[in-house]
Design a protein around this ligand. Sequence first.
Ligand code: ATP
Ligand code: MG
Length: 505
Amino acid sequence: MFKINLEEIQTLIQKKIELFQAEISLKSDYGKVIFTDNDIAFVYGLETAMLNEMVMFPNNVVGIIIDLRNNYVGVALLNNNFSVQEKDDVYRLKKIFEIPVGNELIGKVINPLGIDLNTKKIIKAKKYVPIEKEAPEIIKREKINFPVETGIKVIDSLLPIGKGQRELIIGDRQTGKTSIALDIILNQKNKNTKCIYVSIGQKNSNVANIYQKLEDNGAMSYTTIVNSSASDSITMQYITPFAAMSIAEEWLENGEDVIVIFDDLSKHAIAYRTLSLLLNRPSGREAYPGDIFYLHSRLLERACKLNKKYGNGSITAIPIIETQNGDITSYIATNIISITDGQIFLATDLFNADIKPAINIDFSVSRIGSNAQFSMMKQVSKAIKISLANYHEIAAFSKFDNSLLLDEKTKNIITRGKILSEYFKQKESQLFSNVKQCINLLLINNGLLDFVYSKKINEILDDFFIFLENGHPEIINYLEEQKTFNTEIQNKIIEIFRNFSITKF
Ligand code: ATP
Ligand code: MG
């Protein structure tokens, strides 16, 4: 295989076009392969073909037109079996690439061609839709004002994600990115939400483990996995997130809530860069093509919350980006940060210090803010934000831990900060309902745990919640329904905790 050189290729293509010109009328529905390399082919003819249209090569190889030039087109091969050769005939299928959608996909692991990867059979669906679609207009949309309950304490209280929001998970390799995404899916059980886990360029064995985890936890009953692995063609990897969005949109139009996780868009960007370089497009920063921003913005723009008139459904998009050495200023990372409504930043140093989930709160943000929280969560999270801000301000002192030198007020701030830091530690798959989180935070804010050895905090709070569930289910029911605290309920919970703690410590 020879290396691609811009000028060489242009002359080569020009020469071949001259050869074919006599043979093919430009208006015809078939063309001829001028040149092919890896997962792409240049095809002469097909003058009337459209962008994203499918074409057929010999041996059932299917391609998608992704580049329209003056008198030839660039085609990305989907199921490349390396049989395509120069001068092969290419036929238009006069169809934009489509994916099956609907409830038939729930519980399945599919590829973007609509093949069930467990049975290796094509999914039979009632409906097929193109993989690219315009994002809903502003007039159809509504303000984001309802939370996606993630079950992850630090996210639900400090970095709330709203239904219809786009929130990025960003961090180095092995910092817990996928785990957070999977926990969000696990927490959607019985919440009338459908989930799509989109895996791009991962090893098949990884995807098998993810499937198993979701299956074992009963989450596949509302989840679809759309997968193109590292061993699939780069074209497949390129179309995978778009296909997943189309699947989500079908449910959206039905008025349903959908969460789509893209794991990850760094690999997607690399696949697109490879395709673009093979297609001989000019490259820009970090060798990515000029339209890489547009590629991801048109994908993520399809996330939305629709208003009542259009069924009130939502698509929440959670893309993942892998960074190198915590550098969030790389090209793709900055692009996605600017497209999304916030980011959850995972840090290797926190992960290594066993602070998990390793979310660096200072670098993380959710621009939807408390608009997407239940009123009870708003009520308790304000105080913890202040406590944490105060704590971070004087955290440097606490390293000395010389309590003799600190005044009472500073000591209290440090105690509260330490308690909160410990409280936010959470194991994988151990998810907390909003009600439980709010009760915990109410107690912390009222100083009821200030005298407890901080490592014991979570154990005590867990025990107390079980105690409350058993002894006072009416309180839990009230909060689950009303989603707000009143003074009476607050005082009651505090009083019950006081009595509980007398028996405990
Ligand atoms: P990669 O870059 O390889 O995709 P990642 O950032 O997606 O990695 P994960 O695969 O989610 O990271 O997690 C890495 C490891 O950390 C896994 O072994 C996982 O079990 C563990 N882990 C993640 N979150 C937690 C947690 N909250 N508590 C304990 N262990 C965790
Ligand atoms: Mg991962």
